[in-house]
Design a protein around this ligand. Structure first.
Ligand code: ADP
Ligand code: MG
Length: 695
């Protein structure tokens, strides 16, 4: 039961704490600390052991330690380029180390005279043949005994103007209150017994103020019992949040759409190819979902080239036949254009409309009219689709393609385009294959289909990795391929996110290659060209009026030219795995053997090497994604959608993956048997960051 008094304690403003006035409270907001409970769940990110002194002779490389010694002498060393270091030679009767300061004052130097006794804390690094501590914290020990810390030192995530001492002081106050029993433990007894979890208060106390007997290494890996209990609860809260929002959407009304077998056959007969088994299976799943008066919430994953578009078209067919509207949202104009062309081909010109940011004035108004009157059943577009003035007559299905590029809020905005309390069915398609464990957590609100088969006759792209020193050979290879009637891409990349520079690089490459390849028709496409120009170039490439297309990464998604069978990526080391895999997916779309040449600028970094070899070894998007996850972490892989996942306080969905099935099971158990625990748990862990709550 929720106890009034306790409830109010948790949610009291932090200003009830000593030392927290208006100004400090403002700063704490930046750490998402608003109330007393938020202080408790602002957990340390690591720990330091300042409870014992380490003899200088026993200090290990990489160890963070508290040491004491006497200054032998100090000197200022010049290190070139105007840089100076203050070196302070420290020893005790077991050994010696050097303290190094890059920034120092004259007074500081003068204080560190020979014979001064210092206590320092820092990380020992090996420099040349000796151990150094760079920029240690230190204090001069005047005489007699100086106190030593009694518990391990927690280090909290901090922000400008909020220091460790403040965070320590306020958490001390709250911790002493919870010891008096002011905090509800929402984990049911049964769950705690099953996993042998301690109660919440002792877990929190031990995580904030670990006993000095605890193993610092284990703590820094979040391996202690107390941490395991808390991270389980955090994963659980995220899961509950997603399931809760799913539950809410599932309660709303949607239009029930049914497809007769005659309609389905007519659709498949109209296609130029046979659907793969995987496509058929996913279409059946979608049909089952939309044949329901509650909204579909389905994620379709399929590697690049697995044929997701036609799956969306099957859904569109169901909508069009029933006389309603479908919206298809793409992340880029190129992709919207591509879909528009395909859908016009499948459904006829008068049934499709494309709306992008480029539509202005009268033309845009005309399109808006066609949407609001329901004249046009298939609306394809970019972000422009969710502007306020875009109104549908009856939107019943929403397809979001390559959704990792969209924020949740954008999806939400489109969902609200339904009317008469009808919520559109949602179909989300992604080419970023996400490892199952991650999908289970990140997309707990969605049902999940996989197109795990490529269309027949596809040959895996052969990937080779070469240094730029072999550019000449690569250029010759392009020449040969084009002579044989094949087509090729040459992709330019840049380190900076600057589109201008990237476009310039592509322009330069195009000039160079035009000069080098006299018999090859070279085209250029980049993000700063007008939409019409881009469309014209892609059409020329499609119609084989261009042999070699020089491009920036704008072609990453949506360009579908099956005859293109060679791709060169310049400075491939600058791109991440997922992006390279996406790019490579532009070739290997026809029946021909295709190749992808990843050209790098030597020397290649260690992770650069790993990325290249993974791509050389596999064409399987799932394997690539798994490696990507290992190399980059979940935040990057998932992109903007699940920012909440990146900001977990103590859990890490990759490291703690083994908990995920248990978490899922527990979430379902709590929803069924302890529904009153759902909201407080979500609020406790996600706080204001509960981005999923209304999605
Ligand atoms: P993606 O999953 O990357 O979005 P697309 O939907 O763009 O893939 O499809 C890639 C290409 O494969 C397109 O040219 C499409 O027409 C073609 N395609 C899709 N399904 C099949 C199939 N079952 N058999 C042959 N080609 C197909
Ligand atoms: Mg696609």
């Amino acid at each position: 039961m929720e106890d009034e008094k306790t409830e109010s304690f948790e949610y009291q403003s932090i200003q009830v704490l000593k030392g927290v006035g208006q100004a400090v409270a403002e700063k704490l907001k930046r750490l998402e600390i608003y109330n007393v409970q938020d202080v408790l769940f602002h957990l340390p990110i690591r720990y330091e052991d300042r409870t014992k002194l380490t003899a200088l002779g026993a200090l290990q490389i990489g160890q963070q330690a508290l040491v004491e010694g006497v200054v032998d002498h100090c000197e200022v060393k010049f290190m070139g380029r105007g840089r100076r270091s203050l070196l302070c030679y420290l020893s005790d009767n077991t050994g010696a180390i050097v303290l190094r300061f890059f920034n120092f004052s004259k007074a500081q130097k003068n204080n560190l005279t020979a014979g001064t006794k210092l206590r320092c804390f820092g990380e020992a690094k090996r420099i040349a043949t000796r151990l150094e501590i760079i920029h240690p914290e230190y204090q001069v020990i005047q005489s007699g005994h100086v106190d030593i810390e009694q518990s391990l030192t927690p280090i909290y995530p901090k922000t400008e103007g909020v220091h460790q001492t403040l965070l320590k002081k306020i958490s001390d106050q709250v911790l002493s209150k919870i010891n008096q029993g002011h905090l509800i433990d929402w984990l049911p007894e049964q769950v705690k017994t099953e996993y042998q979890f301690s109660d919440l208060v002792s877990a929190l106390s031990s995580v904030h103020r670990p006993d000095k007997k605890e193993n610092v290494f284990a703590l820094n890996q979040s391996k202690t019992k107390a941490q395991q209990r808390l991270l389980f609860e955090e994963l659980l809260a995220h899961q509950l949040s997603l399931l809760q929002s799913r539950g809410e959407i599932k309660k709303t009304r949607a239009i029930k759409l049914s497809v007769s077998s005659a309609q389905y056959s007519a659709f498949t007969d109209s296609l130029a190819f046979d659907l793969t088994m995987a496509q058929q299976k996913v279409i059946a799943e979608i049909f089952a979902d939309i044949n329901n008066a509650h909204p579909m919430l389905r994620l379709v994953q399929g590697d690049v080239g697995s044929g997701k578009t036609v799956v969306a078209a099957a859904a569109a067919m169901a909508v069009v036949n029933a006389g309603f509207q479908i919206a298809i949202m793409a992340p880029t104009e190129i992709l919207a254009e591509q879909h528009f062309v395909n859908f016009k081909h499948w459904f006829g010109e008068n049934k499709c409309l494309r709306l992008t940011g480029k539509d202005k004035g009268k033309k845009r108004q005309q399109k808006l009219d066609q949407i609001v009157t329901g004249e046009c059943p298939i609306v394809i577009g970019t972000h422009a689709l969710f502007q306020n003035d875009v109104e549908f007559k009856q939107l019943v299905l929403l397809v979001v393609d390559e959704q990792h590029r969209f924020g949740v809020h954008q999806r939400l905005a489109l969902r609200e385009k339904g009317n008469n309390n009808i919520v559109p069915h949602q179909l989300i398609m992604t080419a970023t294959p996400i490892p199952r464990s991650l999908a289970m957590t990140a997309y707990a609100d969605l049902d999940y289909s996989v197109i795990d088969e490529l269309p027949k006759g596809r040959k895996p792209v052969k990937t080779v990795v070469v240094s730029t020193s072999r550019r000449e050979e690569v250029v010759q290879r392009i020449e040969k391929a084009c002579e044989n009637g094949e087509q090729a891409y040459w992709v330019c990349t840049l380190v900076e996110e600057s589109e201008v520079l990237q476009c310039q690089a592509a322009e330069v490459a195009a000039e160079l290659l035009t000069a080098e390849l006299v018999n090859v028709r070279v085209g250029l496409i980049h993000g700063r060209m007008k939409q019409d120009q881009k469309r014209a170039v892609i059409n020329q490439f499609k119609n084989k009026e261009i042999d070699l297309l020089i491009a920036t990464t704008v072609i990453e998604v949506g360009v579908d030219v099956p005859n293109a069978s060679l791709m060169v990526v310049e400075n491939a080391e600058r791109l991440g795995l997922a992006q390279l895999h996406q790019l490579r997916g532009r070739v290997g779309r026809g029946g021909k053997q295709s190749a992808c040449v990843l050209m790098y600028q030597a020397p290649l970094s260690e992770t650069g090497k790993q990325r290249m070899s993974i791509l050389r070894e596999t064409n399987d998007g799932f394997k690539v994604a798994e490696k990507d996850l290992e190399l980059r972490g979940p935040g990057e892989v998932l992109g903007t959608r699940q920012t909440g996942l990146m900001q977990m306080r103590i859990a890490d969905i990759v490291r703690d993956e083994h908990w995920l099935p248990e978490v899922k099971k527990t979430a379902l158990y709590i929803i069924e048997h302890h529904p009153q625990a759902v909201k407080p748990l979500v609020r406790r862990w996600l706080g204001k960051a509960d981005r999923f709550a209304n999605v």
